[in-house]
Ligand binder design. Structure first.
Ligand code: NAP
Length: 274
């Protein structure tokens, strides 16, 4: 297999570590690289990589939406989400776009909070960017009875709520909505290393709510720390990154790989050095 993550920037991507670990673990030949493609260069850049013999791509910021126009086919899930994060190039050269982010999210919750019931209560989603779309799909797939979206820029929350049949609330009302939520998910980039902290007061947070952050650098975000101190169960974002990679690897190789403790340790070590 010859695969790569494409995005801009891709220098800090953890995907090569994950996929090369699996290539070695399952005794496959091939490699997985990080290849930067500048915005505006996507069509030519992707074509050049396919010409070089790459048959699998992970797609990251800022190309997840733009790449849809370059696919010969897009599976129903990626179309519904409105973003492609995985590409498979078949023997005849046909380019298929898929989305595995939603699976990464739900599978991570299942693994990190066994027994959590998505159908038991409303979900509050903070943020309305690209990642939020996959999370909304995942929540609906798992049967969340009600989904409430809050975003700093209200128009985006309104648009997303319309697209997914969810409810949007003002950003100012997020803490109040958390009082009645069974699940709270931060999909904003706030709280990431180098970005401002997420402004979220856990004071009124339902103590029975599961709190997830999809930000994984730092691993324990301020949101997770304050929710845990408040008595809530929490789920870190690194597992989503690991689990979204599994169906991609399976699509390229036929092997659904496992997330091992060893792989997790390797990622944490790399994150620690970044
Ligand atoms: P995006 O499309 O750029 O969206 C960013 C979102 O964050 C928007 O809703 C934006 O609100 C909000 N935001 C940014 N700064 C904020 C602040 N200071 N206060 C409140 N809201 C703020 O990004 P994305 O692709 O959705 O990614 C979001 C985060 O998820 C990133 O940190 C990314 O690394 C992470 N992620 C993790 C995984 C994983 O596997 N764990 C997968 C995908 C993404 P506005 O609309 O108001 O700008």
């Amino acid at each position: 297999m010859k695969a790569a993550v494409i995005g801009c920037p891709v220098g800090h991507s953890l995907s090569p570590l994950i996929h090369n670990y699996w290539i070695e673990k399952y005794g496959l030949s091939g490699r997985y690289d990080a290849r930067e493609i500048q915005p505006g260069q996507l069509e030519a850049g992707l074509a050049a990589l396919i010409e070089e013999g790459y048959t699998g791509f992970s797609v990251t910021i800022p190309h997840k939406q733009a790449v849809m126009g370059l696919c010969d086919s897009i599976d129903d899930t990626a179309r519904r989400i409105g973003a492609v994060n995985c590409i498979a190039v078949d023997r005849d050269g046909a380019v298929e776009g898929l989305n595995t982010d939603w699976f990464g999210f739900t599978e991570n919750v299942r693994e990190s909070a066994p027994g959590f019931d998505f159908t038991a209560g409303p979900a509050l989603v903070l943020g309305a960017g690209g990642a939020a779309r996959a999370i909304l799909y995942g929540l609906q797939h798992e049967g969340a009875p009600r989904i409430v979206i809050a975003n700093r820029t209200p128009e985006k929350a309104r648009e997303l709520a319309g697209a997914f049949g969810a409810t949007y609330i003002a950003w100012e009302d997020r803490a109040r909505a958390a009082a009645g939520a069974g699940l709270v998910v931060n999909t904003t980039s706030a709280g990431m290393t180098g970005k401002p902290a997420l402004d979220f007061d856990v004071k009124d947070l339902n103590k029975g709510a599961l709190v997830c952050d999809i930000v994984y650098s730092p691993l324990r975000t301020a949101l997770l720390e304050s929710a845990a101190a408040h008595g809530n169960m929490t789920v870190e974002g690194l597992g989503m990154l690991l689990h979204q990679a599994r169906p991609a690897f399976e699509r390229w190789t036929g092997i659904l790989p496992a997330v091992t403790d060893e792989l997790r340790r390797m990622l944490l070590e790399k994150l620690g050095k970044q």
